[in-house]
Write a protein that binds this ligand. Structure first.
Ligand SMILES: Cc1ncc(COP(=O)(O)O)c(C=O)c1O
Ligand SMILES: N[C@@H](CCCC[NH3+])C(=O)O
Length: 383
């Protein structure tokens, strides 16, 4: 259970992200234990959190890394990830980003369109290199998640639709500087049911059978990330838990003996180890509401404003006080700058510290400077 060192916090400038490194270490250990099939390779999706302190722990655990920009590749290399453990996805890779990825001899480009594949081939040929690629397939599977974070439906911008797959595979095999390794999938994020992953396995099985009949073999399958967490219970494992998640692929995906299976987990690795700590500035009594106005805003944690997401809120200064209802809001000039509506919290006073839980993923990394506010700091547990 995360313990908040409240005495240490009292001298720190708020708001800040607090990371429980022990929890992160336990999580990566659990992933290593449950992804025990030697053909399974876990790449951390760095977009979830690129704080160097977080990256060091994940790199030390032997994970690869999944990047979606040249800057993420730079951050990964700086944190000690080797080029040959970096995969690079994204619908809009620029020429300089492709060039620097080739310079770093990355493990694989996850290619999202024919024009992109041609450009990678041209740049690689110019540089005298061969680019290893996987084709990102859009399998048209409903991940049953928020519309903004589903990625595997035909209407989404990601990947190659099934009808166009033959053509791009033919192209990949014909281009001189391309080494086609396999297929990549990522159907969405914050998926809390097993069924979409089972459907993904079935689609992959069908595609593999079809392509093998056509004489095309893949050495790599990448099923992306997407494993969801329980925002209502920050102390719990992801849902489904890691054991169930990896077992689903073990049981349903007919992986060939000489194939590698890549996973790109982001949220489930880092979400629960992080909390945004904020100080209460004012209690404002409205006519129908009582507002707890805090010094963190949507610039520090945008998920509530962007996806109507809810992060559990705890009054860590007064955990046992009498319960009241509050709208917990930030200082930013937007009505959506609100972390909770009618939250039941132990009595909140000016100066109290609140913890917004499960904020380790897509929290600090999505912070902005809106209203000219500074970026939030970060602070790590020592024990
Ligand atoms: C291609 C790709 N891989 C991996 C991830 C990581 O997803 P998650 O944080 O849901 O595990 C994402 C983000 O949704 C993604 O777009
Ligand atoms: N940023 C999103 C998830 C998108 C993941 C990236 N494809 C979130 O906070 O839930």
């Amino acid at each position: 259970m995360t313990r908040f060192p409240i005495e240490e916090f009292s001298s720190l400038k708020t708001p800040f992200y607090f990371y429980d490194l022990r929890l992160l270490e336990r999580t990566v250990k659990e992933i290593r234990r449950t992804a025990r099939d030697p053909r399974f390779k876990v790449h951390y999706a760095i977009k979830a959190n690129a704080n160097p302190g977080i990256l060091r722990t994940i790199q030390a655990a032997g994970f690869g890394v999944d990047c979606v920009s040249g800057w993420e590749i730079e951050a990964a290399i700086e944190a000690g990830f080797r080029g040959d453990r970096i995969v690079f996805a994204g619908v809009g890779k620029s020429d300089p980003e492709i060039r620097s990825a080739l310079e770093a001899d990355i493990e694989c480009f996850n290619v999202e369109s024919e024009p992109e594949l041609r450009v990678i081939s041209e740049i690689a040929a110019e540089m005298g290199k061969t680019a290893r690629v996987a084709i990102r397939v859009n399998p048209n599977i409903d991940a049953h998640t928020h519309a903004y974070i589903t990625t595997g439906l035909a209407e989404n911008k990601f990947g190659i639709n099934l009808e166009q797959l033959d053509s791009i595979i033919g192209l990949a095999k014909s281009l001189p500087a391309i080494d086609l390794k396999g297929l990549h999938f990522h159907i969405g994020s914050q998926i809390t049911e097993t069924e979409p992953f089972v459907m993904l396995c079935e689609t992959i099985n069908r595609l593999q059978d079809e392509y093998e009949q056509k004489g095309v073999k893949f050495s790599l399958i990448n099923v992306g990330g997407g494993l969801g967490i329980d925002y209502a219970h920050p102390e719990r494992h992801p849902i489904p838990d890691f054991e169930a998640y990896f077992t689903t692929f073990h049981n349903h995906l007919r992986l060939r003996p000489d194939q590698e299976l890549h996973f790109e987990l982001g949220r489930s690795v880092v979400a629960q180890c992080g909390s945004l700590i904020t100080r209460v500035l004012y209690i404002k009594e409205g006519t129908s509401k009582r507002f707890a106005i805090v010094d963190a805003g949507m610039s520090d944690l945008i998920r509530p404003a962007l996806y109507s997401a809810h992060h559990k809120i705890e009054n860590i200064s007064n955990p046992n006080g009498e319960l009241h209802h509050y709208d917990v809001v930030g200082p930013i000039c937007e009505s959506s700058d609100r972390f909770g509506e009618s939250e039941t919290l132990p009595e909140v006073k000016r100066g109290d510290l609140l913890a917004l839980r499960s904020a380790g993923a897509y929290g600090e990394i999505m912070a902005s400077r809106y209203n000219c506010r500074p970026f939030p700091h970060s602070y790590f547990s020592e024990n």
